[in-house]
Design a protein around this ligand. Structure first.
Ligand code: SF4
Length: 464
């Protein structure tokens, strides 16, 4: 999970990209970066940590130019090494080039080993660099053709922004795993992982970049094409609606807030219970708890308050101080919980360890019964398309039954939203195949274990 933002044709490109990344901070807190182009050279700033921590006014003042791309990183492929911060920026035989990537390529290790065997030297551990190496080896004449040549060889998830001397190019993979939207700010054209960032910078949402589409912005205007073989079946990530995206965004044509409320309503129908109050685990459970309360008739309450000021670098001082990390983030409201039978709404249940700590907090604050309701099916499989889910062995939903999981997390009862209702919550009729839900179903849109023949480009010949 990462966030990308870009803008072309605005004198404050760096400042707007900073603001765009700020509003995408929920998609990655490990590192942030901005690359601008001022007509003669690229300027790059990449920082570890939050956007607000990493960038100051002097940093932004150095980022000159009327076009920029930016990236917030959540460690998936490549691990948490500072060298993996994006945008990746290179000088190659066609000039300067920067790229920002949201998603994960399949078979990245094999690509890397294949390219290294041909002499390629990698600067990072990121799969994104594979795309740059393939572009560098392409014999195509134009940037668009080199992008097409490179991406035509790889599989997996990519929403990408490229910036060179002349152009900003936005590309989304043919299945559309990760979101990418386009907007306007006066004469400037902007791209973002989520349209909620357009509200902050004052841009108007225009449309989504379609799966398989390439949008090029240059001094001649905006040009769209579909250079990749279209996939009949889309694979838009349903987990974006469940957890990742902000509720004030619309993703894949659906309001995230509305889909979460609907999930809560369907959950109330699927797993009703007698209780005194419905509380969310904030923030991602709030909209669904509103839906559950509305459909069940049980009053909504804020039984947990989230602290938004816990730094990402916090280190739990000792395993003996149990629940310390959770207590820093979530604080129970005794007034809401004491002596009450509580329905707790969470977006998903991955390992179960955090849920167990939260149940302990609620009981300590006086809850007499806890009925845990999860707005998605059990997470049973790992994601290979850009979301940092644990291995199958660590997924509690892959190993235990709901009754066993309820016992582990110490809830009185546990209910998951069914797979069909999950798709109904995003208004996707069963069988329409617009969404990927592989981490819940094991039905991967592209087999991550397949071993396709990699079409490595030939080694370029020396120039005489
Ligand atoms: S496997 Fe899950 S998290 Fe990954 S793209 Fe599919 S739905 Fe999203």
């Amino acid at each position: 999970m990462c966030g990308i933002f870009g803008i072309y044709g605005h004198p404050e490109a760096a400042n707007l990209t900073y603001l765009g990344l700020y509003s995408l901070q929920h998609r990655g807190q490990e590192a942030a970066g901005i690359t601008t182009f001022n007509g003669s050279r690229m300027h790059v700033q990449r920082r570890q940590g939050l956007v607000s921590e990493g960038f100051s006014m002097p940093h932004l003042a150095d980022l000159q130019g009327d076009r920029a791309i930016g990236h917030v990183r959540y460690s998936t492929a490549g691990g948490s090494d500072p060298r993996n911060a994006q945008p990746l920026t290179v000088n190659y035989r066609h000039g300067q080039l920067a790229v920002a990537h949201n998603g994960n390529l399949l078979h990245a290790d094999r690509w890397r080993h294949g390219l290294e065997a041909m002499g390629a030297i990698f600067q990072s551990f990121s799969d994104t660099e594979i795309i740059l190496h393939l572009m560098s080896r392409s014999g195509a004449d134009t940037l668009e053709e080199r992008i097409q040549d490179s991406l035509g060889r790889v599989h997996g998830a990519y929403s990408l922004l490229f910036l060179n001397e002349d152009k900003l190019v936005a590309v989304r993979d043919p299945r559309g795993y990760r979101p990418l939207v386009m907007g306007r700010l006066g004469n400037a054209v902007a791209f973002s992982s989520e349209n909620s960032s357009f509200s902050l910078v004052g841009a108007t949402f225009e449309r989504e970049v379609e799966p398989g589409e390439m949008v090029v912005v240059d001094r001649h205007g905006v040009h769209s094409s579909f250079p990749f073989e279209p996939c009949k079946e889309r694979a838009q990530c349903v987990f974006e609606h469940v957890y990742f995206a902000r509720p004030d965004s619309a993703l894949f044509g659906q309001s995230v807030y509305a889909s979460r409320v609907r999930a809560g309503e369907l959950l109330a129908e699927e797993h009703p219970t007698d209780a005194d109050v419905v509380i969310p685990i904030p923030d991602s459970g709030i909209a669904a708890a509103i839906g559950y309360a509305r459909r069940s008739g049980i009053p909504f309450g804020l039984g947990l308050i989230r602290s938004h000021y816990v730094g990402r670098t916090f280190i739990e001082p000792s395993q003996s101080i149990r629940s310390f990390g959770v207590k820093l983030k979530l604080s129970p409201v005794r007034e809401v919980l004491e002596g009450k039978r509580v329905v707790v709404i969470d977006d998903s249940l991955v390992r179960g360890t955090t849920s167990r700590k939260i149940m302990q907090l609620l009981r300590a604050a006086g809850a007499t019964e806890i009925h845990l309701r999860i707005c998605s099916p059990p997470v049973t499989h790992s994601c290979f398309y850009g979301i940092d889910t644990p291995t199958r062995e660590e997924l509690i939903g892959a190993a235990k039954t709901p009754a066993e999981i309820a016992a582990f997390v110490t809830a009185d009862t546990l209910g998951y939203l069914g797979h069909d209702n999950l798709l109904a919550s995003v208004n996707d009729p069963v069988g329409s195949s617009r969404y990927c839900s592989a981490c819940f179903s094991g039905r991967y849109p592209e087999d991550p274990t397949a071993c396709p023949r990699l079409e490595l480009p030939s080694v370029p010949q020396p120039v005489r």
